[in-house]
Design a protein around this ligand. Structure first.
Ligand SMILES: [Zn+2]
Length: 63
């Protein structure tokens, strides 16, 4: 089996991993101020284009 000739240095390993971080795709702010994805119903207030689409359960304050 083919093996690398040299151990990958900390620097080269870090350069490779600089692109590994996962980011939220296309994040925008809803009218309610919550971060949401575009073309999706807001999970916090349940609205899409200013129209209430789904009922959203209020998160439990007592935790
Ligand atoms: Zn919202």
């Amino acid at each position: 089996m083919a093996l690398p000739k040299k151990k990958t240095s900390r620097s080269k390993r870090g350069m490779r991993r600089s692109h590994d971080a996962v980011s939220i795709p296309n994040p925008i702010y809803c009218e309610c101020g919550e971060l949401k994805r575009s073309h999706r119903i807001c999970s916090a207030c349940g609205t899409y284009k200013g129209v209430k689409r789904i009922a959203v359960q209020e998160p439990d304050v007592a935790k």
